[in-house]
Write a protein that binds this ligand. Sequence first.
Ligand code: CTP
Ligand code: MG
Length: 230
Amino acid sequence: MRYWLVMPAAGIGRRFGAGRPKQYAILRGRTVIEWALAPFLGDRRCAGAVVALAAHDPYWPDIAPAGVIAAAGGAERSHSVRNALAALSGRAQPHDWVLVHDAARPCLPVRDLDSLLSRLEGHPLGGLLAAPAADTLKRDDGEGEVAQTVERAGLWRALTPQMFRYAPLCEALDRAHEARRLPTDEAQALEWLGHRPALIEGSAVNIKITSGADLALAAAWLQSAAESSE
Ligand code: CTP
Ligand code: MG
């Protein structure tokens, strides 16, 4: 088993709204993106890693781990992912696995990475980590009132990493962009071509940092993970 890592890290963190993009916020003494990269850089199965960065990113040079390739980010997340995939051209084989993981997810448990890789080994297409919806779900009527309770059974929250084979993933993103459609995750681009990515259950601790409060949650989880490994 061998895979490549692609990490979109070119967002501005509008909802987070701090002085610097959230992937460079400090969490237990390291940046969020360093935590996000750690499970992969410590994994022998990872053949190489590419990060997609905003133009003139002033933070990356200070923390860039040796050997990680930098690619130019794009206007939307799917463009950033596509640019990073292009940087693997000539390195990755068409059938190779690519894992796409958000720079804003610093709490990926290694056991979730392991279960994603072992469940999809031998799979023709790929799939994603996802968490079953836990709360009762409401749809609003556009005026702040409940229009409907949505049946929770069968609903999942898409997480990352998302794991697909190199050539079909590139093709799916190209087809989406040609049609001027912007998939919000990699799986959606493949779904648009009629594929059915596999859902691999992952832990809800694998949060995406979105607002400032998420940073405190991530810090608490990383602290408890550090204590339990002592
Ligand atoms: N991302 C990217 N290129 C973009 C937009 C987002 O590489 N043009 C990355 C972000 O850096 C992040 C991941 O995609 O690691 C998930 O995106 P999101 O959580 O939406 O981050 P931001 O776009 O930075 O945040 P916001 O939407 O609040 O501005
Ligand atoms: Mg965004």
